[in-house]
Design a protein. Structure first.
Ligand SMILES: Cc1cc2nc3c(=O)[nH]c(=O)nc-3n(C[C@H](O)[C@H](O)[C@H](O)COP(=O)(O)OP(=O)(O)OC[C@H]3O[C@@H](n4cnc5c(N)ncnc54)[C@H](O)[C@@H]3O)c2cc1C
Ligand SMILES: Nc1ncnc2c1ncn2[C@@H]1O[C@H](COP(=O)(O)O)[C@@H](O)[C@H]1O
Lengths: 326, 250
């Protein structure tokens, strides 16, 4: 059987949306292999997340649940997941390319002696082999590669596949989380964004650069992000302003920051250096506001306004707030 | 502590990428190569760990071409004790066989701590450290932005979506280093002179076949040409109109 396992990510009892995107990719592969999609979740208090997975279109849900797995431990979770993947004769294991996915899937792959491709934007099962496409050289090229191992593993770039829905209610099996020696374990999770939308999950990213002149002027950027309404937009930054200490590194977009693919990316006072473009060029729609008509950012922007951010952004904020309130 | 630092020679981040005639690799003509930016944090953390403990060795290793001697020498000049070049003519794009080759070599040397970068900026894999750790049976924390070592146990902090995780980790361990962890030192003249006398060993990499076989390498589809909707504040209504009615983005 050529079954496809999806490792679901659950945080605070909630299923993360990119996991449903991974189910979509898995269903696409399963249509080719003729196998079924098995979603596997780890943790404690997984009922709500499993109910969502059961409705996602996956044919089977396995919850590895218990106090031993209350906190994330990459080594212990990888072992338990690899065992389940073997148990269902998985030929492929997929997970979202999130902080957890990047940490966990390569371990599962090593235990399964599988191939692994990360940050994947397209998958296929063709001529009996799994293929995957991923950006390399910071998005300056796209690599297409074919798995030469019996098991294929991939992490999938968020916001790139539609979220799966509309399943008819899969059976949920519970497995007790094995207690054992944890080589590494999460002790604490400290919220760093005080309830704000995480950069990589946001539908809209409003990013500012050195053109804003000083740290305090980022209020313009924050106000525009807030105008979209609660939970819609996140604030991003160029490396120049992160290096200057105006914004924390977690907000940096680009080759040595985060790669984001929102529906809308608004670059304000950002020149568009090649390393910045690496982090945002796959956004669906890109808007640039820059006073220099020759700024390279205009080469990738769908829509540009040449002008002073200090004049344009407040007017844009007002217009967006009006739309959002209707 | 016997520390190994895994490094990679990669195209400079501002390089223009051209595809070679085989359609499976890049054309190296005119491309500048350099030490992978994240590996600078890995080396720095290794040197600081050795300094903190007051004992131990720092060995830098790469699986790569002979040209990587340059990056290895740079690491020696910054303070590493020894360098090892596991030679291959292939572009190491596949995390699986790279991890296998590194694990095979690490098992032959004294090593209880490995530092890596978060990601190699050529293949952009972000997978080798966790893969390698699993093959070695070591603990692992990835994308570490803050690290303390106390009594043989690491406390590491890493950014996750919207929050920061605090992780405890036993040794032996593989730690992958993110920006923000430290400020890397550069080589000074004394270091550069000293590096000339430090050992740089070469051996052929024990390289199994790649787990993923390249079908093609291509330039990404160009974005359709955009347009300037106008100048200054007067252009805002035109932008809103385009976003609503054309792009359906708001
Ligand atoms: C190894 C390496 C990795 C890197 N990684 C990253 C990365 O991950 N992310 C990243 O962003 N950069 C990265 N960089 C840095 C990158 O090369 C640029 O230096 C950086 O992106 C520039 O930031 P900026 O656009 O804010 O500043 P600048 O390039 O200084 O641009 C400021 C822009 O603001 C405009 N402006 C000025 N005043 C106004 C105004 N009043 N209204 C409107 N516009 C105005 C100017 O016309 C200009 O275009 C990296 C560099 C290296 C070497
Ligand atoms: N060919 C290689 N030789 C030695 N170390 C490597 C090699 N490739 C990757 N690494 C290490 O693994 C880290 C993550 O790389 P990657 O998983 O390929 O993105 C890099 O920052 C290096 O520390």
């Amino acid at each position: 059987m050529s079954n496809i396992v999806v490792i679901a990510e659950v945080r605070g009892g909630q299923l993360k949306r990119p996991s449903l995107e991974a189910v979509t990719a898995a269903l696409q592969l399963a249509a080719g292999t003729g196998g079924k999609v098995v979603a596997v979740a780890c943790g404690e208090g997984l009922d709500a997340a499993c109910a969502d997975l059961a409705k996602s279109g996956a044919q089977q849900v396995i919850a590895i649940e218990g106090a031993a797995f209350a906190n994330y431990s990459g080594d212990a979770w990888a072992k338990a997941i690899a065992e389940q993947a073997k148990g269902v004769s998985a030929n492929a294991v997929l997970m979202a390319h999130t902080a957890m996915g990047k940490d966990l899937l390569p371990r599962v792959a090593a235990l399964l002696d599988a191939s692994v491709t990360t940050d994947v934007v397209a998958v296929a099962f063709e001529g009996g082999a799994f293929t995957a496409q991923k950006p390399v050289f910071a998005g300056k090229a796209i690599l297409t590669a074919k798995s030469s191992k019996p098991v294929f593993c991939a992490t999938l770039r968020p916001n790139n596949f539609a979220a799966a829905s509309g399943g008819s209610g899969a059976e949920v099996t519970k497995v007790a989380a094995p207690a054992g020696d944890l080589l590494s374990v999460v002790k604490e999770i400290v919220s760093s964004s005080s309830g704000r939308t995480p950069l990589q999950e946001a539908k809209v990213v409003v990013a500012g650069g050195r053109g804003l002149k000083e740290a305090d002027n980022f209020k313009l950027v924050e106000d525009l992000a807030a105008a979209f309404g609660t939970g819609v937009a996140a604030v991003g930054a160029s490396r120049a302003v992160v290096d200057a200490g105006w914004r924390p590194h977690r907000e940096q977009v680009g080759q040595t920051g985060k790669v984001v693919a929102p529906q809308l990316y608004i670059a304000i006072g950002i020149s568009g250096a090649i390393q910045h473009l690496a982090g945002m060029r796959t956004a669906r729609t890109i808007v640039a506001i820059n006073k220099d008509p020759d700024a390279p950012i205009f080469k990738v922007a769908d829509y540009g306004i040449v002008g002073d951010a200090f004049e344009v952004v407040p007017a844009l904020t007002k217009a967006i707030a009006e739309i959002a309130s209707h | 502590m016997d520390i190994v630092v895994c490094i990679k020679r990669v195209p400079a981040t501002d390089s223009a990428i051209k595809i070679a005639a085989d359609g499976k690799s890049i054309d190296p003509a005119g491309v500048q190569f350099e030490l992978n930016a994240y590996d600078e944090f890995a080396l720095e953390q290794a040197l600081r760990t050795k300094e903190q403990l007051g004992a131990g060795t720092v060995t830098v290793v790469t699986v790569g071409s002979k040209d990587a001697q340059k990056e290895l020498r740079d690491c020696l000049a910054r303070g590493a004790d020894k360098a090892v070049l596991l030679t291959t003519d292939q572009w190491m794009y596949d995390g699986t066989n790279t991890a296998e080759a590194l694990a095979a070599w690490i098992k032959t040397v004294p090593c209880n701590l490995v530092f890596c970068g978060r990601q190699a900026v050529d293949s952009d894999n972000n997978q080798l450290p966790a893969n390698l750790a699993t093959r070695l049976g070591f603990a692992c924390v990835t994308e570490v932005a803050k690290l303390t070592l106390d009594g043989g146990v690491f406390t590491a902090e890493r950014d996750i979506e919207g929050a920061r995780e605090v992780v405890t980790c036993k040794t032996p361990a593989v730690i992958s280093c993110n920006k923000g962890l430290n400020e890397p030192r550069y080589a000074n003249l004394k270091g550069i002179m000293a590096a000339k006398k430090k050992p740089l060993e070469e051996a052929a990499a024990q390289l199994p076949a790649a787990g993923m076989e390249i079908v093609s390498l291509a330039l990404p589809p160009a974005r359709p040409a955009g347009r300037i909707v106008g100048q200054g504040v007067d252009a805002v209504p035109a932008l809103i109109d385009a976003l609503r009615n054309e792009a359906k983005a708001i």
